[in-house]
Structures are given as C-alpha cells and as structure tokens.
Design a protein around this ligand. Structure first.
Ligand SMILES: *Cc1c(COP(=O)(O)O)cnc(C)c1O
Length: 355
C-alpha cells in the first residue's frame, strides 16, 4: 500500500535500515543522561538547524507531539491572552485546547479563500501571543512567509507561535518571522509518529523565565535547563531522535526540497484543474498548500474514489473536520517517490471518465 495520507504518512524508504542501525549500535538502550545520548541529540539539532535554516540563536526541543506543544505554550508561555487565527480544524483545536488552561484566550476564524495578513486583520491590544497555523492540514490552505512577516512587522512586541506540523521539512519556513514553531515528525519528516520538535526564539526563552511556570514535567523552564545539555526532562523517544538525526543528515537543504515540492504541487493542481467530477477545494491559487492537496466532490464520488484507489494499493487521506465527507486529501510530502505519484496520476487518469 502506498500511503498518500497526510499524517501518519509514508516513511522514508531508508527508515527500516536506519532502525536496524539504531538497534545494532545499541542506541535504543542508552540512558538519556549519557554522553552517547548527548552526542546523538547534539548532532540531530546541529544538522536540523543547518538543513532547515533555523537561526543559530533559536533553541530546539524534543517533545512528544504537536498537541503537547499546544499545552506547553498555554501553560508556560501565555500569561493570560493569546489570539488565534484559524480557518480549519487544527487551528480551531489549538484555540480550544488553549482555552482550557487560559480561558481568556480568543481567536478569529477567517475564510479558506481569504488571505491572512496584518493589513486586513488586527490583533487586540491585550493579546501577548499571536497563534497561526501555517499549513491547515484539514483543508489544504497555507499561510505564506510574507503573511507571517506582516504580523511580525505590525506587532513587534507580541510573540508569534506557528503550527507548522504538516509543512516543516516540506516547504521553506522563514523562522526569523516568528518565535515558536513546532511540528510532529509523522508528516513531512517521513518518520514514525511519537515525537515533535518545538523551536523557540530567545524572546520565548526570556518570556518563559519571566513567567517562571514550573508545575509540570514539561514546563518550559525545566525544558530549557535540560536542553542546555542537549537533554530532555523525561526519557525521550530515542528511536525517533535517532531516526530524525539520520533523516536530517540525508535530506538536502530545505530550499531545494521546497523547490521540488512546489513543482509537484503545481503539477497536481494543474492535473486536477482539468478533472471533471472532483475539484480543488481551495480556489485561490496563492492560498493553496504545497504539501496537502484537498479535493472536493459529491459524497458518493469521494467514497468511490477512495475505495477504488485503496483496491489499487493507493491510500488517500480522508476528509477532516468540516470537510470529512465531501473531500479527500493527498499528501505531497518529500518521502513520496516520483514513481508513486505517477501511479496515483495513472489511477486518476484511467478512472477519470468513470468518476
Ligand atoms: C497533525 C497535526 C497536528 C496534531 O499532531 P499530533 O502529533 O497528533 O499532536 C496539529 N496541527 C496540525 C496542523 C497537524 O497537521
């Protein structure tokens, strides 16, 4: 089965080999305070910054999921109020999760055909942190680096946090435009689920220390202390860290990946632009995601496409949230190989008329 699911998604083909290597080198039984662990962790972070163009002064943390990042931000970075922009299920969940810990947080829902920019949308004075979902996995829209930058320019004194779970390592992110970036590894990193990375600017480290929240195992100030020694507050997913190290060693610079992913995405959008019974969910070209392609159509058509694709060994992503039954999604993640994309295109071409 070839997985085009936008998370958990197709793993890099090298993963079995890397897993075997991790096992044989004894990396899976090492103590997380040992020099062996520190070496792996340090190498992972160094290569990560190099390949993904993360500013040197930012700190990278290993955590367990993007969902955990929602909680860490709410408990350790937000004093009272964050302001969330969302146009889909993941952005909305982030706000809902945050409100459980900080009830005064608010948000604004924008339309999927609307471009997010600080020129059009303002943030309330009292909000300390602006929350943006870079790539809304539920509907296949993407917020551009320039859009994020517009908030940076208009609100230099507010922190900006970005959920980049389904785009980090797939498309280029200008990290300097925001303070917190996070992603779990089961999407564009092509890794097994069970870990996420959270990337923080010096301003976040400063804010966390000022707030001083230290009641949790994953309180940010405890994480900062441990990360000074490339460690975590708890026994981490060493296998995933090891695999991440191997993946960031293997992949080209993100600019190269971005170029490739954008071309494949363009090809997909052109391809589906001509299809009869399904259409692109996002009509505005510049708002379409590079890494998640969302198609819409009649419920029964969508059902049939997914079923017949599956019979051919091609797993499509179900719709999500509001778009559960009338859409399907195709991951355009770097681990997916050209020949697999061609197979899926052949499937749509052959079956195109029938749909
Ligand atoms: C998948 C996803 C999440 C949730 O990731 P978990 O690893 O399950 O916590 C959050 N945000 C976005 C945008 C996602 O695509």
């Amino acid at each position: 089965m070839i997985s085009f699911y936008p998370g958990p998604s197709r793993l890099y083909s090298k993963i079995p080999e890397f897993m075997q290597e991790a096992f044989e080198k004894g990396a899976l039984s090492i103590n997380h305070r040992s020099p062996e662990f520190i070496e792996i962790s340090k190498k992972t972070i160094t290569l990560f910054k190099e390949k993904l163009l993360v500013p040197e002064k930012y700190t990278i943390f290993f955590v367990s999921s993007a969902t955990e990042c929602w909680e860490i931000i709410a408990q350790s970075v937000i004093k009272e109020r964050s302001y969330h922009f969302y146009n889909g299920a993941f952005g909305e969940k982030w706000l809902e999760n945050t409100k459980k810990l900080k009830p005064n947080c608010h948000g604004l829902q924008f339309q999927i055909e609307e471009e997010l920019s600080a020129a059009k949308f303002s943030v309330p004075e009292e909000a300390e942190l602006i929350a943006i979902t870079h790539n809304e996995t539920s509907n296949g829209t993407e917020v551009s680096n320039l859009s994020i930058k517009s908030f940076r320019t208009k609100y230099p004194n507010k922190l900006i946090a970005v959920d980049a779970t389904s785009s980090m390592a797939g498309t280029f992110l200008d990290f300097s435009n925001a303070d917190i970036w996070y992603a779990s590894v089961q999407k564009c990193f092509g890794l097994p689920a069970g870990m996420a990375v959270m990337i923080c600017s010096p301003a976040v480290i400063h804010r966390a220390k000022e707030i001083g929240e230290n009641r949790h195992y994953n309180s940010l100030i405890s994480m900062i202390e441990r990360m000074k020694e490339y460690q975590t507050t708890y026994t981490p997913n060493v296998l995933d860290i090891y695999l991440l190290m191997k993946v960031v060693e293997m992949i080209p610079s993100i600019k190269e990946t971005d170029l490739k992913i954008r071309i494949i995405a363009e090809n997909w959008y052109d391809f589906f632009g001509e299809m009869k019974q399904v259409e692109l969910l996002v009509k505005s070209e510049k708002l379409r995601s590079g890494t998640v392609i969302a198609l819409t159509g009649k419920e029964e058509t969508i059902k049939r496409i997914k079923k017949e694709a599956k019979e051919k060994g091609l797993l499509l992503g179900n719709g999500y949230g509001n778009w559960k039954t009338n859409t399907f999604r195709i991951a355009n993640f770097p681990a997916i190989e050209a020949e697999e994309i061609n197979k899926l295109k052949d499937f749509f071409t052959t079956f195109g008329l029938k749909f």
